[in-house]
Design a protein around this ligand. Sequence first.
Ligand code: AMP
Length: 223
Amino acid sequence: MKIVLLGAPGAGKGTQAQSISNYYKIPHISTGDIFRRNIAEGTRLGKTAKRYMDSGQLVPDQLTLELIEDRLGQADCKDGYLLDGYPRTVVQGEFLEELLDEHGSHLDCALLIQVPRSVILERMTGRRVCPSCGASYHLKHNPPMKKDLCDICGCKIMQREDDKAETVEERLDVYDEQTSPLIRFYAERHILKAVDGTRAINQIFKDIVDVLSEVKKNDHPQE
Ligand code: AMP
């Protein structure tokens, strides 16, 4: 199955993506993770991407197109994948459509995780991560046992630059302006499905599995 995950930053795409990827045994491809890896490795792409990411802006389309073409051409993507954070603009959506078309393929589902802006703001600005082991916390909903220290490795937990309130507001504006038009884009192609992202994590996952089972059934009615 080829799936695109849509939703504002902080809607819980990453969390659900992990579960979907495990359940359906398809690779989870997060362009945000690819950029962060490049930043950590100090590559030229990472250096360019960081400037945009730290200010809540999108990395220019041109830099994402080659990257995604290269990633989707890898062997593990043959039988499907889950895209998280790509496409982020209609230009990227059109690029993906053409790329799939060239290979006689198509997306099966664009899955939208819906969460109101106020809920997202609270979720994201409270998020903290451990810079050493990557563990993630929330000051209110999932605090570490010792204030500001990672439960796993004891390092001081930090706020990601792009989780700061000002940047989050900027990222949400960018989402509204540049990414949310993709909702209509996929609705017009009759592959848009939406789930309520304010429910408990396992409930959302159950809703997603229900939606995707339906998609699969319609694709392969004999199974
Ligand atoms: P994410 O982890 O998906 O929230 O992405 C973090 C940041 O990486 C975004 O705010 C963008 O600056 C950048 N980014 C990730 N994916 C894309 C994309 N498909 N197009 C442009 N920028 C992206």
